[in-house]
Design a protein. Structure first.
Length: 397
């Protein structure tokens, strides 16, 4: 089974029913602390009518709590509805505590947690202490044991303010994902504009010249066929030159660059839920062929990590080194996944080795990776590629 089908990332809504159930489980597991009210109902100390009403109230409380936290932690759908459900939870906690006893004071802890998970910080920072104070007040008014009341103060405050932090983490993650999507869209729009400008610069003059010479050739053709033929020859020359310019431009667009592949690696790893440590910049003024080879190698390596490794962390390193043969640029891709499967290199690694051989580069692999956080049990995979840069110094971030 694919891990993406069962894992719900921070700030990502569940996209399948299975992910929804998993998220509901992680929220509902904290209902285990409601054992005190359940045990109180099971002891038989209350009348049958009180037990039935208490059980119904507990079921309604738990259901409202689960739905509220499940649907409104990441982004509240309707703030008025959230406040209404919180008021219902508070009323149920108060009524059940006053009528059924000390064991039901724990419901106020869930009210405080719900406040921290769903309301804005400017509201929850005073409402959580208010809910805690109400719990203490109901405990003292009802004559409940002081040690029980005071023991619940810390969980109410800690749970409420902890959920405030969790809520901010989730919503900040959502905003970052949206910002990343916006930046990607803006980058795509800018690239389309650049392509349009380049094509206009490349073809505008040539097509205008072709049109002008075609008109001239058409006017000269009846009376001056020799001059018309010269214009047609010029049209052919301009057309061939325009075609060559377009081919060169398209080749430049198709050629992968190291900065572009670093950005793509960062996005691909993040989209797969892998913690990525990727440099933000690449060395300046790299030779075209070595840069292209490293860019293809990085794309292939990251694709393998995303598809096959099952890794949780991946680190990409880019370092310039001086050797006896000159300066080299070394690219390292290390993950903490399952490691290499088998002793033979796959087609991807074979292709990378062939590309590197064309620029006198080298490729090495190893299993067991401490850099990306794997244990010493042999898990993890490290791919190291190096290409010569020549004698000139280059600054590497």
């Amino acid at each position: 089974m694919n891990d993406d089908e069962t894992t719900v990332g921070i700030g990502r809504p569940p996209t399948t029913r299975r992910q929804g159930w998993i998220k509901l489980f992680w929220i509902g597991v904290w209902l285990a602390f409601m054992t005190a009210p359940v045990r109180d109902l099971a002891d038989g100390r209350h009348t049958a009518w009180a037990t039935a009403c208490g059980a119904l109230g507990l079921v309604v409380f738990a259901a409202a709590y689960l739905v509220l936290v499940f649907r409104n932690t990441a982004r509240p759908s309707d703030l008025r509805l959230v406040r209404a459900v919180l008021a219902l939870l508070g009323a149920l906690a108060a009524v059940l505590t006053l009528t059924l006893g000390t064991s039901w004071l724990v419901l106020f802890v869930y009210v405080a947690v719900s406040v921290g998970a769903t309301l804005p910080p400017r509201t929850s920072r005073w409402l959580i202490p208010a809910v805690t104070a109400a719990m203490v007040g109901f405990g003292l008014v009802g004559g409940h044991p002081r040690d029980t009341v005071t023991a619940l103060v810390f969980p109410a405050l800690l749970g409420g303010f902890s959920m405030t932090g969790v809520q901010q983490l989730i919503r900040t993650t959502i905003e970052l994902r949206e910002a990343r999507a916006t930046v990607a869209q803006l980058a795509a729009n800018e690239e389309r504009l650049r392509l349009a400008r380049d094509l206009h610069d490349l073809l505008g003059h040539s097509l205008s010249l072709i049109t002008l010479k075609s008109e001239l050739a058409g006017r000269m053709l009846p009376d001056h066929p020799g001059q018309a033929a010269a214009q047609v020859a010029d049209i052919e020359h301009v057309s061939r030159q325009a075609l060559a310019d377009v081919r060169n431009a398209v080749t430049g667009y198709r050629r992968p660059t190291l900065p572009g592949e670093l950005a793509g690696a960062r996005t691909a790893l993040a989209a797969a839920g892998i913690v990525a440590d990727v440099p933000s910049e690449a060395p300046a003024d790299l030779p075209e062929k070595p840069e292209e080879v490293l860019a293809w190698a990085l794309r292939e390596a990251v694709t393998n990590v995303v598809r096959h490794s099952g890794a949780r962390n991946c680190a990409v390193g880019l370092v310039a080194r001086r050797t006896l043969d000159g300066e080299i640029l070394e690219l390292t891709v290390a993950d903490d996944g399952v490691g290499a499967a088998g002793s033979r290199p796959g087609n991807g690694l074979t292709g990378l080795a062939e590309r590197l051989a064309a620029v006198d580069g080298t490729l090495t692999t190893s299993t067991g990776n401490s850099r990306s956080g794997s244990s010493a049990s042999g898990k993890g995979f490290v791919l190291t590629l190096s290409v010569p840069l020549g004698p000139g110094p280059r600054a590497v971030p």
